[in-house]
Design a protein around this ligand. Structure first.
Ligand SMILES: [Zn+2]
Length: 285
């Protein structure tokens, strides 16, 4: 799917900007986008090997953050990637995007402080239907926590309203999932929301067109690899990090342009991207 894309000059500018940063391609940018879900120790609801593919222990997560710091990486947000891909604005020499899906409370309790104390930024994809009002504990973050993170420099972006597999819903439902969630987030955050992650990584050409029409500038998939095609800003690749990754696995995933190591970590029940999942199948992605 070729998304309408500004102009050849933007591509040239992007190339020039990134060539200066030492990681050039005329057609794509190599930006690792790491995908996390749970950051906590195994426990109830988080114990099987399959589910632990969507978790990282807090201790390992800290080691990964320190690795990034010590090796000269700079965390960036979706707005910086958008400006680089569409307008050719230069990125730091070793950019990386850390994404956290699904609005789990542990992302506020554990991830947020660890990022903040290191001066790093995270991108949090939340489905608005699950966020809580008011104070108190829950498995998902509250709106006040989400807004606190945004105010502290984190990047809160959209993951739809109720987290359906988008290819399996009606056009009317699709518009609602993309539009209502965005409007709710924008009202809470007080700024435009321009990035979305496809629930379960499921999308087809119909979803790309709908996301574009709804006004999103970047859309994040679960397709692996570090190369982000300048012509496909609505098909950003991400690299899954799991509970079982050693620091050397992490290093490989961070540097492996084709993503073949990350591909090994896909849950066998996850339908390959662009193919609708079987009704009734579930996972936490
Ligand atoms: Zn999700």
């Amino acid at each position: 799917m070729i998304v309408v894309f500004a102009a050849i000059s933007a591509v040239v500018q992007a190339w020039a900007a990134l060539h200066a940063g030492g990681m050039a391609s005329s057609a794509s940018l190599n930006v690792p986008v790491l995908m996390y879900h749970h950051v906590r120790e195994p426990g109830p609801g988080l114990s099987t090997v399959d589910v632990l593919r969507y978790a990282v222990s807090p201790a390992e997560f800290e080691k990964q953050l320190d690795y990034l710091k010590q090796n000269g990486y700079t965390t960036i947000d979706t707005h910086a990637l958008d400006r680089a891909m569409r307008d050719g604005v230069a990125l730091p020499r070793k950019p990386v995007i850390l994404t956290f899906d699904d609005g789990w409370e542990t992302q506020y309790d554990i991830v947020f402080p660890l990022l903040k104390e290191r001066g790093m930024v995270g991108v949090f994809f939340v489905h608005t239907g699950v966020l809580r009002d008011g104070e108190g504990a829950g498995s998902s973050m509250s709106w006040s926590e989400v807004c606190e993170m945004e105010d502290a420099g984190m990047d809160i972006e959209c993951h739809t309203l109720s987290h359906p597999s988008l290819p399996q819903i009606s056009p009317e439902q699709l518009d609602k999932e993309l539009g209502d969630s965005r409007r709710t987030l924008e009202a809470q955050l007080g700024r435009p929301v321009t990035a979305i992650a496809y629930p379960f990584g499921d999308f087809t050409d119909r979803e790309i067109e709908a996301v574009d029409k709804a006004g999103y500038r970047l859309a994040f998939t679960t397709e692996v690899g570090l190369a982000q095609s300048l012509r496909e800003p609505l098909e950003i690749h991400r690299t899954i990090i799991t509970y079982f990754d050693s620091l050397s696995d992490f290093e490989i995933k961070l540097n492996e342009i084709d993503g073949s190591r990350a591909l090994i970590d896909y849950h066998p029940s996850i339908t390959p991207p662009r193919v609708a999942r079987a009704p009734g199948s579930t996972n936490v992605q």
